[in-house]
Design a protein around this ligand. Structure first.
Ligand code: SIN
Ligand code: CO
Length: 387
């Protein structure tokens, strides 16, 4: 099974996770040798005009105001004559629309699929940047075209001074600790909370490989909503040991303890937690990402395609994960769950390991009609397709 043991550029992944991940920046020269960017500036501009693509234009000075933000979709005219001065075009989720960009993500599967987010592209003419800032998430900044001068370093947080008059969170009074100029194929890793600022030296495209980590708020609200929707919890709080109150205005401690244990009992449900988290973390970013197959197949057809050597791959925006439950394995694809009995577990393992799952292994597993049917469902709903 495809386990990634090295970072692009060769550093051992366990060393990276131990010494750098979430801790300190790392510059990797020629992480991708002879790197060629699969999208041009014109193609990025084209995508930024599409309704289903999330895009932003950041302008360093506009009508006297610093770091102004415009959200896409844009008209071609807006992008052919952008505002004067320095600007940057950002296209989010580029991997969802460009298969060659989606393939880049496979080099980063030394962290689990559910932690991988997407690839954002930035295009800037010389001088363009998004301003000095820090992010809440880890990011690898891969130089795809041209050169970018990165200044980085210094821990920042919500208390760090910010520039007024901009909707963006731009650091003021920030001093970088290091400066590097990255060329195509070079990469900078920046952990959450570390200030960074990258200025285009020439016509420049940078790809940001982004990661995610749910907020505690996401976890609490998401899981409790899920619990209530899965099994509606009926009933009202009983009054088990009524005691004559000293003061009718007091909420007695035993009532609070009763509330606490009722809530804890509901929440302490490892199976439901696993099911919720798998569905939550594989849910597609938006409704346009997973589109039903234009040519739906029957299971037999799918098997003969596999047997003929056709390559089955994940839809670029689809997310795959699995987890072991007591007697079962839960496979999660695009926010849905599929419960597999014990001996079907290898299907989940094969399907989730890489964006082009092991073809022979899939074919062998499809000898089981139920698994062939499941794979056919995933194909027909658009989560996997034949290249
Ligand atoms: C950029 O590519 O210009 C900005 C990406 C980032 O700083 O996270
Ligand atoms: Co950033």
């Amino acid at each position: 099974m495809a386990t990634i043991t090295e970072l692009p550029g060769g550093l051992a992944a366990d060393v990276f996770l131990r010494d750098y991940w979430q801790k300190k920046p790392l510059v990797i020269r020629q992480a991708f040798v002879d790197f060629e960017c699969a999208v041009s500036a014109d193609e990025l501009a084209g995508l930024a005009c599409e309704e289903s693509v999330e895009s932003r234009l950041i302008v360093e000075q506009e009508n006297g105001a610093p770091w102004q933000l415009h959200n896409g979709p844009f008209t071609p005219e807006q992008l052919t004559s952008p505002p004067a001065g320095n600007w940057t075009l950002l296209v989010q989720g580029l991997d969802h629309w460009v298969p060659e960009i989606a393939d880049i993500l496979d080099h980063f599967r030394f962290v689990p699929n559910w932690r991988l987010d997407d690839i954002m592209a930035s295009y800037a003419p010389p001088g363009g940047s998004v301003g000095p800032h820090y992010d809440q998430y880890d990011v690898f900044l891969l130089q795809a075209q041209g050169h970018r001068r990165w200044q980085f370093g210094g821990r920042c947080d919500a208390g760090s001074p910010r520039l007024e008059g901009t909707p963006l969170r731009i650091l003021s009074d920030w001093q970088a600790e290091e400066t590097v100029v990255l060329a195509p194929g070079d990469m900078l890793y920046v952990p959450p909370g570390i200030g960074h600022h990258g200025i285009a030296e020439d016509e420049c495209i940078t790809l940001s490989v982004g990661f995610r980590a749910p907020t505690t708020d996401d976890l609490l609200t998401g899981f409790t909503d899920f619990l209530c929707s899965e099994t509606p919890v009926d009933g009202h709080l009983p009054d088990l040991n009524p005691e004559l109150p000293d003061n009718p205005g007091e909420i007695q401690p035993q009532v609070l303890e009763q509330l606490r244990s009722l809530i804890v009992d509901q929440i302490d449900n490892p199976r439901q937690l696993a099911l919720w988290f798998g569905q939550f973390s594989t849910a597609p970013k938006n409704a346009d990402i997973v589109m039903p197959a234009e040519q739906p197949m029957q299971a037999d057809e799918l098997k003969s395609w596999l047997a003929s050597g056709a390559i089955l791959r994940w839809n670029e925006g689809s997310r795959f994960a699995y987890t072991g439950l007591e007697q079962q394995t839960a496979l999660f694809v695009d926010g849905d769950r599929y419960l597999l009995s014990g001996d079907a577990r290898p299907l989940a393992q094969v399907l989730c390991a890489a964006s082009r799952p092991d073809q022979q292994a899939l074919l062998a597993l499809c000898a089981d009609d139920t698994l062939a049917e499941l794979l056919t469902v995933l194909h027909n709903q658009g989560s996997v397709y034949f290249e």
